[in-house]
Design a protein around this ligand. Structure first.
Ligand code: PA5
Length: 408
């Protein structure tokens, strides 16, 4: 993975960088996600072997940090690596979505993973109740939750297998724990390679490698300018990254949109997920000519491992587009992203950077995940928020509980 920054960083002073790096080093002792790339995965792999080969579908019932990471990785890999099983997600209380998702699968050949760190998330438990009642059977369930949660106790009661989140790993930072690894391994994803990708970024950052300076510079730039450039667009040039941008929106939004720790001010950098070239025909206008409040990160794939070429044919009235003849689609999409980058650079006042990943595989997405987790922690530290809590989402939950209790 390469990351080219197209904004000035030379004024970032060494002392600020050292202090920031030290803070993140200190977090490693009590924030669990940092060490996930080094975990042992034998228990997960052994469990995968116990799941009956007649199972065709793995259905995750979970929401937010309990579903988005696995979904992002699965959708990224699917076009290049045929999954051994389908992975589907129940993430909503939308009745039409529940019915549609159920209709996609043979329930008797489905293994359900009920994933909830807290174990009491309304959406997750509501859908689980529906499926549990419908299936009328206690087999084919595996639970992932915090030890001793209500969901853990329920799993014990029905004698189902329960995995536990490692200590101090928050929901949205949990994709590289059993939360993401188990569903992915059950569908044939090479989770060792996924972790190896993440480890590569971890070692590069903590071991003075190439990504350390880049990430520190980028985080300092974002934090320093967070009131002016208060929107960050992640513009990924591949449909395979659609759900990755959703994962990023959750990670960034829930981690950084906060009241500052040492003041009463509300801060945050708004995340927007965009997909190229589709969003060239939509959001791009707003970036080029709209308010100068956005930074943009482009993600490009170096090698699509594909030779699909535009046929060498001339169509009447469309002769001018013969320039496309014989052009490989992977070259076209790269030329498109490069053209947009050049056009934005010409504006002169839009902070841009490019992330180039080698190819669509487990290691690349592992790198991207860990890179974004680190960037989130760094920016959170600099803008003085608690990156790992989410008090803002609690008030709505309390009101919902009251409503469900008949207003009491
Ligand atoms: O990052 C978070 O903590 C949240 O987005 C949670 O992942 C989300 O609310 C789901 O919670 P739980 O896993 O407890 O069901």
């Amino acid at each position: 993975m390469k990351n080219k920054l197209h904004f000035p960083t030379s004024y970032n002073n060494r002392e600020t960088k050292n202090k920031l790096f030290e803070k993140i080093q200190q977090e490693r002792s009590h924030i669990g996600y940092y060490n996930l790339p080094n975990q042992k995965i034998d228990a997960i792999l052994e469990y995968v072997e116990t799941i009956d080969s007649s199972i065709e579908t793995i259905a995750v019932i979970g929401i937010g940090g309990s579903s988005l990471g696995a979904k992002a990785v699965y959708q990224f890999l699917k076009p290049v690596k045929t999954p051994t099983r389908d992975l589907v997600f129940f993430e909503s209380t939308d009745p039409l979505n529940i019915i549609a998702t159920c209709s996609q699968m043979n329930l008797d050949k489905t293994h359900f993973l009920i994933i909830s760190k807290s174990g009491t998330t309304v959406e997750t438990i509501a859908v689980f109740k529906y499926v549990y009642a419908k299936l009328n059977s206690v087999k084919n369930y595996t639970f992932i939750t915090d030890r001793d949660s209500a969901l853990d106790q329920f799993a014990q009661k029905i004698e189902a297998k329960c995995f536990y989140l490692p200590e101090s790993v928050g929901g949205r930072f949990s994709v590289l724990s059993v939360v993401g690894l188990l569903p992915l391994a059950l569908c044939g994803v090479d989770i060792a390679a996924l972790l190896a990708g993440a480890k590569n970024i971890k070692e590069s950052f903590f071991g003075d490698g190439y990504i350390k300076e880049t990430l520190l510079n980028k985080a300092i730039y974002y934090a320093k300018h967070h009131t002016k450039y208060n929107i960050n667009c992640l513009f990924a040039y591949s449909e395979t990254l659609t759900y990755f941008t959703e994962w990023y929106v959750q990670l960034w939004g829930e981690s950084l949109g906060k009241k500052q720790r040492h003041s009463a001010f509300n801060v945050g950098v708004t995340p927007i997920g965009l997909i190229g070239p589709k969003d060239q025909h939509s959001f791009l206008q707003l970036i080029v000519e709209g308010t100068r409040d956005k930074s943009v990160t482009f993600i490009k794939i170096e090698d699509f491992q594909d030779e699909l070429v535009i046929p060498d044919i001339t169509l009447p009235y469309l002769e001018k587009l013969d320039v496309l003849n014989g052009v490989a689609f992977h070259d076209l999409i790269t030329m498109q992203s490069d053209s947009v980058i050049e056009a934005l650079m010409d504006q002169g006042d839009i902070p841009l950077d490019e992330i180039i990943i080698e190819r669509v595989n487990e290691a690349s997405i592992g790198q991207l995940i860990y890179y974004y987790e680190l960037l989130t922690s760094l920016v959170g530290e600099l803008i003085d928020v608690n990156t790992y809590d989410q008090p803002g989402v609690e008030s709505g939950k309390i009101i919902l509980k009251k409503k469900l209790n008949g207003g009491k």
